[in-house]
Design a protein around this ligand. Structure first.
Ligand code: ATP
Ligand code: MG
Length: 623
């Protein structure tokens, strides 16, 4: 877990780094160094500065719950009092009830016992309840803030992040913050008050014995703290090895096909054996430490007890201390160990909470997608214009689009062709503002795309992309996804018929309510694409972006997909990345891309006549 955390922090730091224009003026050598030791300095500096800030920021989340917090603290106070009160009660119980046979003590002491435990029960419940009450509210709040952030972060962020890490921040780290916070609060309030009360009582009963305890006690506490540190280290290793076990399993399950075809069974088995065995070994180690821990601690406590008993019964202390005082002292001493032990872990608890908090705030502090536009883009699209547009994905890599200038008229179908990696997808992705331009401007209807609200801009664009993303839901809900009004069945079926998807959907055993599986694994490539086309049809947007990837389709499904696409393109302004000759030939204009530049524009006949880039490409691909 620790390792994952650091990696994530590094990824985040370098993400921030990438956004920072200051990186530009570093020489190539510094940059290379920066890659090898990812942002150590940056991160170190950041965490040392913000420890207290993080703490303060976390407190803000508790602020609305002052009343509940006060009750919880009062509960802890009550709980703390009962420990001391119980130890103190030993004296009247032994000296009064037993030794002196004092009638009032005989009556009062049992009532006191019940009273003490009543207070303990009520205050213990109140503090546990309200701490959890606040804790879960804070967790919920943090989770929804981060989830909301995830919905608005720039696309580039997801390119750089691992999804597992982003998930564990929401699920695991948020819980860790609340746990660490409530644990450290409990230690700070309840345990420290308990310790003060018990120590006070011990001094009150016999300062000589109390001083003796102050000499021996810390030794025991230190030993106990050491053991529990070791314990934590082992349980971290267990977590790590458990992670390794599930990692191997996950790969084996997800990569089942590759493993079969490439005969990787033995290798996978060996890897699993390794992870499985190390998990077993760590668990045994934990058992040993756990099993040794108790006798060792008990032995130490026994030594302390023996010393105190010896001092108390021999010499001059014995003359002055009553049986009741002595028992009260011993009880207080024994009760003192647990809170003292917890107090030694206070710092590590706080650090853990702060580290988890930092990892959450690092996400919350990331810049969301820019959405400052105020204009609303209507359904009537007159023009789309790329003005000298440059794009680079990361500061330290060369630009992938260079000075793109392009005018697209209403209703035009414009095809993009070019070698793989020439920047076609990058170019069309700029229209829905999935990435930020490096320089230049893009306009729709004569207004910069930045001036429109993201919602209205994206609302006018439908896309069918290279890799179709489907949610693990029914076909119907996948197709209706994002359509604003509730869709009636007739409309849904009409869209599917137009997309040539209706036929195969109705042939499925559950028809439109068939679950498509994770990312649509139950469907073939061509079926998925037709579902995506139906989804785009249903959105009924005036601008259409098609990023075709049909090389995997056979002629039959290609023909069906093509028919679907034709229906989709009718009457819309279409940007299509084309691999199919028919699409290309029918396009009003063809834009030929090469290494991030537009090298030729024209229709099929014109470009063939030019005998330049397109001609060569055409020769290569279609002859
Ligand atoms: N998200 C990204 N982050 C960083 N670099 C990227 C990203 N997407 C694409 N690139 C890079 O940008 C360049 C252009 O990629 P792009 O996907 O636009 O090519 P393409 O013309 O669509 O290729 P293909 O025909 O194979 O789909 C490539 O060199 C690629 O490595
Ligand atoms: Mg592409």
């Amino acid at each position: 877990m620790m390792e994952g955390d650091t990696q994530a922090k590094e990824a985040l730091a370098s993400a921030k780094n990438a956004g920072d224009k200051g990186v530009v003026d570093k020489g190539p050598n510094t940059r290379k160094l920066g890659v090898n030791t990812p942002s150590d300095g940056l991160l170190g500096a950041a965490s040392s500065v913000s420890g207290a800030d993080t703490y303060r920021r976390l407190l803000v989340y508790i602020k609305p719950y002052k009343k509940q917090f006060a009750i919880a603290v009062a509960g802890m106070l009550g709980y703390a009092i009962t420990d001391t009160a119980f130890a103190a009660l030993m004296k009247p119980m032994l000296d009064g009830s037993f030794v002196d046979q004092d009638q009032s003590a005989i009556l009062v002491v049992p009532l006191m016992i019940i009273g003490i435990f009543l207070l303990r029960g009520v205050s213990g419940f109140a503090s546990t309840y309200y701490i959890a009450w606040i804790g879960w509210r804070v967790i919920k709040q943090l989770r929804s803030e981060i989830f909301e952030k995830y919905l608005t972060l720039p696309t580039a962020f997801y390119d750089r992040s691992s999804s597992g890490e982003l998930i564990s921040r929401i699920t695991f780290n948020s819980q860790m913050v609340a746990n660490a916070a409530s644990n450290s609060l409990t230690v700070m309030v309840r345990d420290s008050l308990t310790a003060i009360g018990l120590l006070g009582l011990m001094f009150y009963q016999s300062w000589q014995l109390a001083l003796t305890f102050l000499v021996i006690g810390p030794v025991i506490v230190v030993v106990v703290a050491r053991v529990s540190k070791k314990f934590r280290a082992i349980s971290r290793s267990i977590q790590g090895s458990m992670g390794e076990v599930s990692h191997v399993i996950q790969e084996a399950v997800e990569g089942a096909r590759v493993i079969k075809i490439f005969g990787g069974q033995d290798e996978e088995m060996a890897q699993f054996e390794l992870a499985n065995e190390s998990n077993r070994a760590f668990n045994m180690k934990e058992t040993v430490v756990k099993a040794l821990n108790e006798p060792i601690v008990q032995m130490l406590v026994a030594c302390a007890l023996a010393t105190i008993v010896y001092i108390a019964s021999s010499g001059e202390v014995a003359d002055r201390i009553s049986v009741g005082s002595f028992m009260s002292f011993i009880t207080a001493m024994l009760l003192l160990f647990a809170p003292l032990k917890r107090m030694t872990s206070l710092n590590s608890q706080i650090q853990k909470g702060i580290a988890a908090g930092e990892s959450l705030f690092a996400i919350l502090d990331l810049e969301s997608e820019r959405d400052n536009g105020t204009s609303t883009l209507g359904a009537d699209i007159q023009s789309i214009e790329y003005r000298d547009v440059c794009l680079r994905y990361t500061e330290d890599k060369p630009a992938v689009l260079h000075n793109i200038c392009l005018n697209i008229a209403a209703g035009e179908t414009i095809a993009f062709v070019g070698e793989s990696g020439s920047g076609k997808t990058s170019l069309v992705n700029l229209l829905p503002r999935l990435y930020e331009l490096d320089s230049g401007e893009m306009q729709v209807n004569g207004l910069s795309v930045d001036d429109y609200t993201l919602r209205s801009l994206r609302g006018r664009i439908a896309t069918v992309s290279q890799d179709v993303m489907l949610f693990n839901d029914t076909i119907a809900s996948n197709i209706a996804y994002g359509s604003s009004e509730s869709i009636d069945e007739a409309t849904l079926h009409a869209a599917c018929k137009a997309a040539h998807a209706h036929e195969f959907i109705t042939a499925l055993p559950d028809g439109y309510v068939t679950l498509v599986g994770e990312n649509g694994v139950m469907l073939s490539g061509g079926q998925k694409q037709r579902v995506a086309i139906a989804r785009a049809l249903l959105k009924n947007a005036p601008i259409l972006i098609l990023d075709e990837a049909t090389s995997a389709l056979d002629t039959e499904s290609e023909r069906k997909v093509q028919q679907g696409l034709d229906a989709l393109m009718r009457g819309r302004t279409t940007l299509v990345i084309a691999h199919r000759l028919s699409t290309i030939e029918q396009a009003d204009r063809i834009v030929v891309m090469d290494k991030g530049k537009i090298v030729e524009i024209g229709n099929h006949q014109e470009l063939l006549a030019n005998q330049a880039h397109y001609y060569k490409l055409h020769q290569l691909q279609f002859r």
